[in-house]
Design a protein around this ligand. Structure first.
Ligand code: ACO
Length: 389
């Protein structure tokens, strides 16, 4: 029994608990607004690139032309991966989930780095940490694409200097340099996933960072938290639902039955947004255009029908479509295999994970909450022979 006398408030899910002040991201869950470092997501997706947005998130301000060129070159130089990582990816069973492969490979990157830890602190130490993180950010598309090709008995493709992060990823997956339209779609999707305040994976990274662990451990923690269907896995689940439903005419029956069985509609609901997720709006617009271009209108119309049916059933509740309701569909229309969606989320979110870990480390305090003990104490140990069978 606990010896605590005063009433204890338990913040299950840490709802409403603040762990730091932040200048990185503002999520206005009531007014459907999202800002990275003060810039709206609509402004960034219309005018910026993933690389520039990553710089903004990590360094706190938009780069000058020279700073951006140096940043892009640094990422480009870091893209190739060690042959040992390729062998590791090749050794994984064909049944291995792509996010499991990415998690394993990022962890292994730490093993291949002769100096995974940065021991100096202060400004120089922070830059050394950021540099490690940029190496991970740069190698992640190479890892995901190599894994996908190896499991399909194809040779991995080396990164192509001169391509953007988005274009190079699509190129390494397919061995075709994507056109400007597909590149821009991927770039916008990466910008939209790059950051979202103190979500489960960012908090996981922050907890690991607070122990002063190395960047490989920090980023691996984020990937682990992203694995579940309530967070990173929802985009895959949402697309699978659309495929299973198969036709707009089946949507109403599916939604009615799912809600009657207390199942969740994937791609709906959010802990912070109690209205439209602004990322959803951008992706739906892209998806509409992409569906026409790629001739995938039945699938897209099925998603629209599920959405309108769910919105009708859930009217009056604070459950609205989130970023994942169309992101999987957009990736699918770009020709990407379903279990790569969550790895792509990770690929992009490394920018946000890095920014938050660095910000927390500026005035670090080991994260160590408490659990209210409600069990017994002082029990007498009973030898196994004397316990009931
Ligand atoms: N479909 C149907 N009902 C839902 C949904 C949904 N997608 N989401 C929440 N609800 C219902 C719950 O069943 C619950 O109902 P009850 O009070 O009758 O039991 C009520 O809304 C509150 O649910 P909570 O889980 O407490 O709401 P919370 O705000 O914590 O949930 C979450 C957020 C976990 C994202 C939830 O909405 C969900 O499971 N959504 C489906 C998965 C998903 O799309 N995840 C992606 C989130 S965005 C991201 O991580 C990038």
């Amino acid at each position: 029994m606990s010896s605590i006398k005063e009433p204890v408030i338990i913040h299950k899910g840490l709802d409403g608990v603040y762990v730091k002040e932040s200048r990185i991201c503002y999520v206005d869950g009531e007014a459907s607004r999202l800002f990275y470092r003060g810039y709206s997501i609509e402004e960034l997706t219309a005018k910026s690139t993933y690389e520039e947005t990553a710089y903004l998130l990590i360094y706190g301000a938009l780069p000058s032309k020279t700073q951006l060129q140096e940043f892009v070159k640094r990422i480009e130089d870091y893209r190739p991966i060690d042959s040992g990582i390729l062998q590791l990816l090749q050794s994984l069973p064909s049944t291995c989930n792509a996010l499991d492969a990415l998690r394993t490979a990022i962890s292994a990157l730490g093993a291949y780095d002769p100096e995974p830890e940065t021991t100096s602190w202060g400004v120089g130490g922070m830059e050394a940490r950021i540099d490690k993180s940029l190496q991970i950010l740069a190698k992640t598309p190479t890892i995901i694409a190599a894994f996908d090709r190896l499991r399909n008995h194809q040779d991995p493709i080396n990164p192509k200097p001169g391509l953007s992060h988005a274009a190079d990823f699509l190129y390494m997956l397919s061995n075709n340099v994507p056109d400007a339209y597909d590149t821009r779609v991927m770039d916008v999707a990466l910008i939209l996933h790059a950051e979202h305040e103190m979500n489960a994976s960012t908090f996981a990274c922050t907890v690991t960072a607070s122990t002063l662990a190395d960047m490989y451990s920090i980023i691996t923690s984020g990937i682990c938290a992203l694995r579940g269907p309530l967070h990173g896995g929802a985009n895959e689940a949402a697309l699978k639902t659309v495929m299973e439903v198969g036709d707009p005419s089946n949507a109403e029956a599916y939604v009615t039955q799912a809600l009657a069985e207390k199942k969740r509609i994937m791609g709906f609901g959010h802990r912070v947004y109690k209205t439209w997720d602004p990322r959803y709006k951008v992706l739906k617009k892209i998806g509409t255009e992409l569906a026409e271009r790629k001739g995938q209108t039945t699938l897209f119309n099925t998603a629209l029908a599920i959405e309108s049916s769910a919105l009708r059933h859930l009217a009056g509740s604070p459950i609205f479509p989130n970023v994942d309701s169309y992101s999987g569909l957009v990736f699918h229309m770009l020709g990407i295999t379903i279990d790569l969606f969550t790895p792509i989320f990770a690929l992009s979110r490394i920018a946000g994970w890095t920014a938050h870990s660095m910000e927390y480390l500026e005035s670090n305090r080991l994260i160590r909450p408490k659990a209210l003990y409600v069990g017994q104490i002082g029990l007498e140990y009973v030898p196994i022979e004397q316990r009931p069978a």
